[in-house]
Design a protein around this ligand. Structure first.
Ligand code: SF4
Ligand code: ZN
Ligand code: ZN
Length: 307
């Protein structure tokens, strides 16, 4: 197996691109996938002030590295969820990585905010991952709004996007299908949201981080497990093995033809008004936002448990 570009021995084979690459040319291939994706889908401008969500996983750290290498103005944002060793490890990997590379980093500590996930799990009887996701999105938006960031970038890769699209398609969920994609424009006080890794697979992203020597944390969250997305990813892995390129064509076809059609069907259906939350100022359609309501619920549960 030889590199498609320089004919040196290849270190990675990518059947979906009908290509194999040496270390140097795989790095270039990966960076080109990212920069072309940003350019073609108009995700970012060079004057954007970008906040990159850093979980400590390979995708988010690889994304930060790639955007910085491409010359974008990036700051990392890590949310310390307070979930035992898993969060401690994630935070130290992110802090060391940013220090080592000289990247700006902000950290939101859920313990200090009074909302560590184990406390929420103990006192609020709702699926913890749904609440965790809600809190993370809330704080990303909050930091972006308060500190004037124009874009919020996350490390979702092609596998993540295909699994989400597949789940939305299984339910024919018009609302989600009308705005799924690598770009969610700024709206109602929310910064625009971008997913610059939407063209690269989990395999490519893991290899990029590995070959660039980017350390990442892989201590699983003790609350993970059983997510339907994981099952969908397995199905797509099999499909991709039988028919290389399926993921890419499914997602690209959706972006080119499916999403615009769903957006047209769904246009004008948003019949709610978004206003600043009465408690925290973040945009909401419900007077008091769901995160502030959950915080109140937690406070009440803690007071009752003290009595
Ligand atoms: Fe949060 Fe659930 Fe992910 Fe753990 S597995 S970090 S609780 S979303
Ligand atoms: Zn080469
Ligand atoms: Zn609020």
């Amino acid at each position: 197996m030889k590199c498609k570009v320089c004919k040196a021995p290849a270190v990675i084979s990518l059947p979906s691109h009908n290509a194999a690459f040496c270390q140097e040319h795989f790095g270039k291939f990966f960076m080109k996938q990212v920069s072309e994706g940003i350019r073609k889908r108009k995700l970012l401008e060079y004057d954007d002030k970008i906040l990159v969500a850093l979980s400590g996983g390979k995708d988010s750290l690889g994304l930060m590295y790639a955007l910085a290498e491409l010359g974008y103005n990036v700051t990392g944002l890590h949310i310390d969820l307070g979930i035992f060793d898993s969060s401690k490890k994630a935070r130290s990997v992110v802090e060391d990585f940013c220090k080592d590379k000289g990247y700006a980093l902000k950290v939101v500590d859920f313990e200090k905010e009074g909302v560590p996930m184990p406390l929420i799990k103990k006192h609020i009887r709702r699926p913890i991952c749904a609440i965790c996701g809600k809190f993370k999105r809330h704080y990303f938006n909050k930091v972006a709004l308060e500190d004037g960031y124009t874009a919020l970038a996350t490390g979702h890769n092609l596998d993540d996007e295909v699994a989400r699209l597949f789940a939305n398609t299984l339910r024919w969920d018009q609302a989600y299908l009308s705005d799924q994609g690598p770009l969610l424009p700024a709206e109602n006080g929310f910064a625009k949201k971008v997913k610059p890794l939407f063209r690269v697979t989990e395999f490519e992203s893991a290899n990029f981080s590995f070959l660039k020597g980017i350390p990442y944390h892989h201590l699983p969250c003790p609350y993970s497990g059983g997510a339907s997305f994981t099952g969908h990813k397995m199905l797509w892995r099999d499909l991709e093995l039988r028919s290389p390129g399926s993921k890419r064509s499914f997602y690209k076809g959706f972006l080119d033809r499916g999403q615009p059609a769903f957006a047209a069907i769904h246009e004008g259906r948003k019949d709610y008004e978004v206003k600043p939350c009465e408690e925290c100022n973040c945009p909401t359609s419900a007077g008091i936002c769901s995160v502030c309501r959950l915080k109140k619920q937690l406070k009440q549960a803690l007071e009752e448990s003290d009595q």
